[in-house]
Design a protein around this ligand. Structure first.
Ligand SMILES: CC(C)(COP(=O)(O)OP(=O)(O)OC[C@H]1O[C@@H](n2cnc3c(N)ncnc32)[C@H](O)[C@@H]1OP(=O)(O)O)[C@@H](O)C(=O)NCCC(=O)NCCS
Length: 177
């Protein structure tokens, strides 16, 4: 989970606030987006969005992510895309993990990306809502994620959704000493 979560990469300052009219529930472009399970045919667009955000194209990684999360066979694993006018506008990946770090089962968000041209339209909010609904259906009552400390963009997004600092701290060490 750490790997995908820290894919966050560099954050970015917000260029401008969304106009009030675009934030109105009836008028948001995000309202015209369909959130659905990812399909194999979506992968090229998912890979392209990820490459835009991170600057690295990693097809073998995404094929393996799709094999793990994308077949829909395991209800605790979610790989969702936001589709707008036949295009993949964004994606989210998460999973319910049991007793990781000694904690009762909880839902984790491992990755969330929206293509730059679709941002600030409520699409990430819609995808997170769908993920949360899926987790709730499994009886899970807690959502967690890990993000890069300097990614203020993703931090702003998660804070806007009500997420707060949790009870865990990350630790690491070099293994080549
Ligand atoms: C973070 C990201 C997923 C948000 O997607 P989005 O569809 O634009 O988000 P939403 O429109 O649902 O925004 C919801 C709230 O998040 C916050 N937010 C979103 N973008 C923001 C920005 N650029 N600056 C500050 N706050 C922001 C706001 O509070 C916003 O609510 P508001 O518009 O009513 O103020 C998207 O910008 C993205 O993909 N960023 C880069 C990828 C990344 O770092 N992913 C993490 C990998 S794990």
């Amino acid at each position: 989970m750490t790997k995908a979560s820290t894919r966050a990469g560099a954050g970015g300052a917000r260029a401008r606030r969304r106009p009030a009219a675009a934030r109105a529930p009836a008028g948001k472009p995000g309202d015209r987006v369909v959130i659905r399970a990812a399909r194999r045919a979506d992968l090229d667009q998912v890979i392209a969005i990820d490459a835009t955000v991170t600057g690295v194209e990693k097809r073998p990684y995404w094929l393996s992510v799709f094999r793990r999360y994308g077949d829909g066979a395991r209800p605790e694993r979610h790989f969702l895309v936001a589709e707008a006018d036949g295009r993949v506008a964004g994606f989210i990946i998460g999973e319910v993990r049991d007793w990781e770090f000694g904690a009762p089962p909880c839902g984790w968000v491992f990755a969330i990306d929206v293509a730059p041209e679709f941002r600030l339209a409520g699409i990430a909010t819609r995808m997170l809502d769908a993920l949360r609904a899926g987790f709730r259906r499994l009886g899970v009552r807690k959502l967690r994620t890990i993000l890069a400390r300097d990614n203020t963009l993703i931090l702003s997004f998660f804070r806007s959704q009500g997420m707060m600092t949790g009870p865990f701290i990350p630790l690491e060490m070099d293994l080549d000493a």
